[in-house]
Ligand binder design. Sequence first.
Ligand code: AMP
Length: 378
Amino acid sequence: MSVNYNGIALVLNCGSSSIKYQVVDTTADAPLASGLVERVTDHNEGVRAVIETLSQPDSGVDLSRLTVVGHRVVQGGAEFTAPTIITDEVVDHIAKLAVLAPLHNPGHVSGIEAARHAFPDLPHVAVFDTAFHATLTEAAYSYAIDPHIAREHGIRRYGFHGTSHGYVSREVARVMGRDAKGLRVITAHLGNGASIDAIKDGIAIDTSMGLTPLEGLVMGTRSGDLDPAVIFHLHRAAGLSIDEIDELLNKKSGLLGLAGSNDMRDVRKAAAEGSHEAQVALEVYTRRIKGYVGRYMALLGGLDAIVFTAGVGENADAIRELSLAGLEELGIEVDPVRNEGRCTEPTLISTDASRVQVWVIPTNEEREIALQSIAAVS
Ligand code: AMP
């Protein structure tokens, strides 16, 4: 979308028990302010705490100059495919979508209501994590189940981290000096949650997360892909309830389940010190990424660029290297020297001989939400 508007946005990411915020002036590179309020039991109080902090004389923010409040919303279902100005009806809709995102949407709704109460004269805009994936074709978003059941219960691939995939895919075209049209890109968002996209002509054609953020890559605490029969087996043979399995796969699996920590820094350290579990965890993690790269190259019919982003993607050189090791025959060659260390700005890490360019591009979801929110009310 076109994002050539200027303004100042308060960007809110309201979780069930925390509120992350940032104040973004689109004419400045760095945010005016950012922070996190934790252990929120009442979102009205949480939003009040944010306002109190931002009202301090040294906060760098003049709240009376805000243009808009932008809200990150994880699940927008099939209905919300673009940033949307929030009305009572929109809030009702987001609340109804909680059936698809029980861990996320209820917190968003309380946060939005509290923020609308605190800033009644400002426009509020919802920016959906799912929206970037609205371009998936029916074949790309359908699971192979009875379509009547699927439709009745909204069972399909929605995809998440869309704000980040959209942002870094546009950025890579910019730094390559190419038009998004004609460009085939794989974007790997590797944070505590992780997902990978295939993007052609600037449009998402596939994504690894599905009905919920549980599917796909190995994550900090989520298993990613597994045989759905594991769930029946855990229920029938191990006697776990559905809620216990939900918790196991969403909160106690991934790196945490495999190696005892959801933080890649700990897992890398343990692997270097000889922990077998940590070494296997790194292999499972990077093998999964490599498998998706191959799958997406086939779906894209070739590849021009791969982008790594988010906490692990921006900081963990060994993960980038292992994920793409041995792909020289496919035209992918990471340069060990260019790849070394953390990247705080767009960095080319492939060799000059590599047919596919490999980039690290720091993501900036808050700025993107600010830009999209301002554009929506301009
Ligand atoms: P995010 O969700 O994008 O904030 O990413 C958070 C995750 O990034 C953490 O849980 C770590 O696993 C990972 N991370 C952050 N810094 C580093 C680092 N220097 N090396 C390896 N992993 C890191």
